[in-house]
Ligand binder design. Structure first.
Ligand code: AMP
Length: 143
């Protein structure tokens, strides 16, 4: 199974904001959308970074409430690891585990087309395990 198939089921598209968006605005956005990270892009849609809940907690711990007025570019992770639709889900799960992050933007021909979270991948894995279990049960019943 590829991450492209996950996106087909979940839906393409991703939440992006500009580098000047404040942390307060990003916090509202994450809360409203029920998501854990936003991708930072410039006016031309070029990938500049990613801000996740983890970055916001880190900034609040370091600067207190004034962190909320800071722009995204001050706290974002600039070196974003992306993947392509043809990559296997297992590989992306391994990447997330080893690199200790839970979000991977997906690019096609250099353009961002979606984002998968660890939640999306775990959901897929649980569905797969349920199907396998049911197939084993059916096999045992037929024996
Ligand atoms: P997360 O577990 O996704 O909340 O992110 C943990 C840390 O990794 C935060 O500092 C994020 O900015 C960073 N991060 C999240 N996703 C990526 C990614 N795809 N590439 C690089 N850093 C990331």
């Amino acid at each position: 199974m590829t991450v492209g198939r996950i996106l087909e089921r979940k839906g393409y598209g991703l939440e992006t904001v500009s580098p000047s968006t404040t942390i307060a605005a990003i916090s509202h956005h994450l809360n409203d959308q029920g998501i854990g990270a936003v991708v930072i892009v410039d006016d031309s849609g070029r990938l500049k970074g990613i801000v996740s809940e983890r970055d916001i907690v880190r900034a609040l711990a370091a600067h207190g409430p004034s962190a909320l007025d800071k722009p995204a570019h001050e706290i974002m992770t600039a070196n974003v690891i992306t993947a392509t639709e043809d990559e296997p889900v297992d590989e992306i799960m391994r990447l997330m585990t080893e690199s200790k992050f839970r979000h991977v933007p997906i690019a096609r021909d250099g353009k961002l087309v979606g984002l998968v979270s660890i939640g999306d991948l775990v959901k897929h894995r649980i569905t797969e395990l349920e199907k396998e279990t049911e197939a084993f049960r059916a096999y045992i019943r037929a024996a």
